[in-house]
Design a protein around this ligand. Structure first.
Ligand code: PXP
Length: 249
């Protein structure tokens, strides 16, 4: 097995493999094979998102993967249904994400600045209940200082910075500004003693710049890896990402 010896951890999101399985309600592609191949290729953790509409990962997939994955990061909306599910599942990490039925994917971070007191209290309660159950919670947020302040106030230990804006603006005149937002948020979150993860839209071209930033603890990548895996296989696709991380670590 590949021994991870890097500072930046890699979470491989296997939702898109689950999507192929769910779209035909077949037993293949086998998600436990995806976990094994990812871990053997050097993934530090496996990430799955159980969506309200169950468009990719199913409940049983999540429980099977929990039994099998060495380190599991469970993405979920902060709903009563998902909180109950996560308490039973006991993943190592939970990442709270916003969720809209009509979106193609998680299009932005949690809009914490517009949260009501009730929503903030609920988030705080989820984080503290998860903590009591040894689940570390991260909040998926846009890279802004305001969101980081609120994440700290509600007791988060980790944040995942949404890199979608940077990814969309990559190779345009506005790329640097978007990267600077992620960079500044990462530094600020570090001063607040938060661990800083990053993800969304990262791929073989745009990843390097993110790896050069200070204080990045972990990156989560799904779509680009699974897309590359169609041509070269999952193991190679992951190793190629790891070689990019290693260049900057
Ligand atoms: N991180 C989080 C919190 C996500 O919800 C997702 C999927 O939207 C990802 C990372 C991975 O994004 P992508 O599939 O674009 O690599």
């Amino acid at each position: 097995m590949y021994m991870a010896n890097r500072k930046i951890r890699l979470g491989v999101n296997i939702d898109h493999i689950a999507f192929i399985k769910t779209s035909r309600e077949t037993l293949y592609p086998n998600l436990l094979d995806a976990v094994r191949i990812s871990e053997d290729a050097g993934a530090d953790l496996i990430t799955i998102h159980l969506r309200e509409d169950r468009r990719h990962i199913q409940d049983k997939d999540a429980t099977d993967i929990r039994q099998y994955a060495k380190v599991l990061n469970f993405e979920m909306a902060n709903t009563d249904e998902m909180i109950r599910f996560a308490m039973e599942l006991k993943p190592d990490y939970c990442c709270i994400v916003p969720e809209k039925r009509e979106e193609k994917t998680t299009e932005g971070g949690l809009n914490l600045t517009s949260y009501s007191d009730t929503q903030l209290k609920k988030l705080e309660l989820t984080i503290s209940n998860f903590k009591k159950n040894n689940i570390k919670t991260s909040l998926f947020i846009d890279p802004s200082h305001e969101s980081i302040n609120i994440a700290t106030d509600v007791g988060a230990e980790l944040v995942e910075l949404h890199t979608g804006k940077y990814a969309n603006l990559f190779n345009t005149i506005d790329e640097f500004e978007a990267l600077e937002e992620v960079s500044s948020a990462s530094k600020y979150a570090h001063t607040k003693k938060l661990l800083v993860n990053a993800g969304h839209g990262l791929n073989y071209e745009n990843l390097s710049e993110i790896c050069k930033l200070d204080h990045i603890n972990e990156i989560n990548i799904g779509h680009a890896i699974v897309s590359q895996a169609v041509f070269t296989g999952l193991s190679d696709a992951i190793k190629k990402i790891i070689s990019i991380i290693n260049k900057h670590d």
